[in-house]
Design a protein around this ligand. Structure first.
Ligand code: GAR
Length: 188
C-alpha cells in the first residue's frame, strides 16, 4: 500500500477528485489532508469524504520538523500539492526526494514562479492574449514551479474567453488528468 498526503490551501476540488479516484484502490490510498488555511474549502470536503485533516501554521511548517514527523509517523509515501501556495521547505524536500508532486494551472515554464497561482495565472495568460493554456504536473524542488515537468495538457483559448473561462477550461484538464498521472507516477 502506498499512502498519499495532500496539501491544499483553497477550495480543494482537485483534492476531492484525487480522493474519489483512489477510493477503491487497493494499492494507493489518500490517508491525510493538510492545509495552512483554516478557512479553506478543502476542510469541509475532507470532513465529508472522511479523510483526516490537519491544519498547520507557517511557523510549524517552515521552522520545525513537525510536518515531516507527522507524515513519517503516518507512513506517508507521496506528498501531493493540490492548490498549495507556500514554498516547500528543504526539510520536507529532503524527507521526500522525488516524491512531492505539484499541479500548476499553466504551461510551465511560462506563468510560473512566486505570486503566480490561481486566478493570477489566468489573468496573466489573458492579458498576454495567449492562444492556449493548460496544466503542468511536476516534481517539486526548493524553488516555485521549477521541478521537472512530467506531464502537460493543453486547451485552446478562444477569442472572447475571459480569465474565468480560461480557468474553467484548465480546471477540466486538472480534474481529468491529475489523479491518473499521480497513479502512473506512484506505480512507476
Ligand atoms: C488549481 O487550479 C491549481 O492548479 C492551482 O490552484 C488551484 C486549486 O484549485 N495551483 C496553483 O496555482 C499553484 N501555483 P482547487 O483548490 O479547486 O483544487
Amino acid at each position: 500500500m502506498k499512502r498519499i498526503a495532500i496539501l491544499a490551501s483553497g477550495s480543494g476540488s482537485n483534492a476531492e477528485k484525487i480522493i474519489n479516484y483512489f477510493e477503491n484502490n487497493e494499492l494507493i490510498r489518500v490517508d491525510l489532508l493538510l492545509t495552512n488555511n483554516p478557512e479553506a474549502g478543502v476542510i469541509e470536503r475532507g470532513r465529508r469524504l472522511g479523510v483526516p485533516i490537519l491544519i498547520f501554521d507557517k511557523k510549524s511548517f517552515t521552522k520545525t520538523d513537525r510536518i515531516v514527523e507527522i507524515l513519517k509517523k503516518q507512513e506517508i509515501d507521496w506528498v501531493i500539492l493540490a492548490g498549495f501556495l507556500w514554498l516547500i521547505p528543504s526539510n520536507l524536500i529532503k524527507a521526500y526526494p522525488d516524491k512531492i508532486i505539484n499541479i500548476h494551472p499553466a504551461l510551465l515554464p511560462k506563468y510560473g514562479g512566486k505570486g503566480m497561482w490561481g486566478h493570477f495565472v489566468h489573468e496573466a495568460v489573458y492579458e498576454n492574449k495567449e492562444s492556449e493554456s493548460g496544466i503542468s504536473i511536476h516534481y517539486v524542488n526548493e524553488n516555485y514551479d521549477e521541478g521537472e515537468v512530467v506531464f502537460q495538457a493543453k486547451c485552446e483559448i478562444s477569442e472572447g474567453d475571459t480569465p474565468d473561462d480560461i480557468a474553467a477550461k484548465v480546471q477540466v484538464l486538472e480534474h481529468r488528468h491529475f489523479p491518473e498521472v499521480i497513479e502512473k507516477l506512484i506505480m512507476g
